[in-house]
Design a protein around this ligand. Structure first.
Ligand SMILES: [Cu+2]
Length: 144
């Protein structure tokens, strides 16, 4: 069982690296899976995160990401806790945070104040009511 966990962890890591290389314009990022250690990977043991709202370089200021949370079977997950953290790729910046509000079943609107032009890495965390979680990183660009 441990071997399976490490295999999945390695796959999740590989998919994170893939996401890091994804173009800013990508509408739907590659889903990342999180597995509870010691548990078998089944539809009930992981979540996926889909993101939208990254169409081309964004103007600086207030924006919102649309995040859809699904379970392993592809069904939307209602009542999840969704948060996003924004970090710029250069040092010396204070991170920004946004809390998701569910606007449709399994769909969360996450406001973010992109307060500077340049390259950002947005880290989205989702936790379901039954304690499963997933993390997704997306790169985006803000106009100067
Ligand atoms: Cu900055």
């Amino acid at each position: 069982m441990k071997k399976l966990f490490w295999l999945v962890a390695a796959l999740a890591l590989a998919s994170c690296q893939l996401v890091a290389q994804t173009e800013v314009q990508t509408e739907t990022a590659i889903p990342a899976a999180t597995v509870i250690p010691g548990e078998t990977l089944t539809d009930e043991t992981y979540l996926t995160i889909e993101t939208a709202g990254f169409s081309g370089p964004l103007p600086p200021g207030e924006t919102a990401l649309q995040v859809t949370v699904r379970d392993g079977a592809g069904l939307v997950v209602e009542g999840a806790s969704v948060q996003a953290r924004g970090d710029m790729t250069h040092p010396g910046m204070t991170p920004i945070f946004g809390i998701g509000v569910e606007t449709a079943p399994g769909v969360y609107r996450v406001p973010l104040d992109l307060n500077m032009g340049g390259d950002w890495v947005i880290t989205i965390d989702a936790t379901s009511a039954n304690g499963l979680s997933a993390t997704q990183q997306v790169n985006l660009q803000v106009e100067n």
